[in-house]
Design a protein around this ligand. Structure first.
Ligand code: ATP
Ligand code: FE
Length: 329
């Protein structure tokens, strides 16, 4: 089938056309408005989605070389995400489907982040292990099958992306700070050590990191007021090391416990160069086959929604016009 997919869960408006599981187009409009506020402002996000959704879909159809008449079903992110943002995508999808009498397919955004691995080859085989690290989630998942995903570990407080962004905020870096920390860390050495609690099992906790950074830097600033300014690359390297080593440590434990040898990363934080390098290194040592999607498919995108919807279409898992967005599942 030829599917139109819509993603609007946070601050990116994205539309894609997916035919028989193959991505024909994937168009994303970002929102610059949030940068000056140091984070996503929900009210601005939904307004920007309203402005962007029609032109984004038009470009997605055009780039795929199809028209509205070629679309056979409409897929959309039902949640989790910002309710006002989700509302725009869900309403658009419903209206498009109603106008053309098409079936609707609702998609779980987190399931889609995992299935982004099927946007282009090489595809992992089922079952595989996936570490999803995004702005709002940190999950270890056994992917038994496309639509059978078992969460075996998760964060009890902040997500990995949030840990990067909040740490960056403490250091005066612009939002989102993750990419900036990655860039600065490349020129630094992790001489400092930031303490992090271990909540046990396969779970994560990142909220203590901010406090540890704050106290460590306050102490340093007493001896040398210019410490942060003069040691930014080293501090970033230490922040990155703290987050990445925690993620990799739990991933290794999960791989040992499940016996899975196919190991995948998903979500925006999988763009992190240290995380990618550590995954490769562990993988070589442990005989894993590793999978990291191209950046376009790691951050929020509609292609992953369309690919997930294709798995649902073949099982005739459709939604009704009464479907409503859900901020949380
Ligand atoms: P969710 O899917 O949980 O609702 P999201 O979709 O908003 O969250 P993503 O777009 O997947 O999140 O990821 C955004 C996060 O990835 C931000 O926190 C950002 O700082 C982080 N990030 C992006 N690039 C890097 C990088 N190179 N190093 C570290 N973090 C990064
Ligand atoms: Fe996301």
């Amino acid at each position: 089938p030829t599917l139109l997919a819509i993603e609007s869960s946070c601050d990116d408006t994205s539309a894609a056309v997916v035919r028989d599981g193959r991505v024909l187009s994937n168009v994303t409009a970002g929102q610059a408005v949030h940068v000056e506020y140091g984070g996503v402002v929900p009210e601005f996000a939904s307004r920007a989605h309203q402005r962007n959704i029609v032109p984004t879909v038009a470009v997605a159809l055009q780039r795929a070389g199809v028209t509205a008449q070629d679309i056979q079903a409409v897929a959309f992110t039902r949640g989790p995400g910002l309710i006002g943002s989700l509302m725009v995508g869900v309403s658009f999808a419903k209206a498009f489907a109603l106008a053309r009498d098409l079936p609707l397919i609702e998609v779980d955004h987190m399931q889609a982040h995992v299935l982004a691995h099927f946007a282009e080859p090489p595809y992992p085989d089922f079952p595989f292990l996936c570490l999803t690290v995004s702005g709002g989630h940190t999950q270890l998942i056994v992917v038994h099958d496309a639509l059978d995903q078992e969460i075996i570990g998760y964060t009890i407080d902040d997500a990995a992306g949030e840990a990067f962004d909040k740490s960056g905020k403490l250091l005066g870096l612009p939002y989102p700070a993750g990419p900036e920390i990655d860039r600065l860390a490349a020129a630094g050495t992790p001489v400092l050590q930031f303490a992090q609690p271990d909540p046990g099992e396969l779970n994560f906790s990142f909220s203590g990191l901010k406090t540890s950074i704050l106290y460590t830097l306050q102490k340093k600033a007493k001896e040398d007021p210019g410490y942060v300014r003069d040691h930014l690359p080293d501090i970033c390297a230490a922040v990155q090391e703290a987050i990445v080593s925690t993620l990799i440590g739990k991933l290794v434990t999960a791989a040992e416990q499940t016996g899975l040898k196919q190991v995948a990363l998903a979500g925006g934080v999988s763009a992190n160069s240290a995380l990618r390098a550590r995954l490769e290194a562990e993988g070589q040592q442990r005989g894993w086959t590793t999978f990291v999607p191209r950046l376009e498919y790691c951050t929020d995108n509609a292609a992953m929604i369309g690919v997930t919807a294709n798995f649902k279409y073949v099982k005739a898992l459709f939604a009704g016009q009464d479907v409503a967005p859900a901020a949380r599942f």
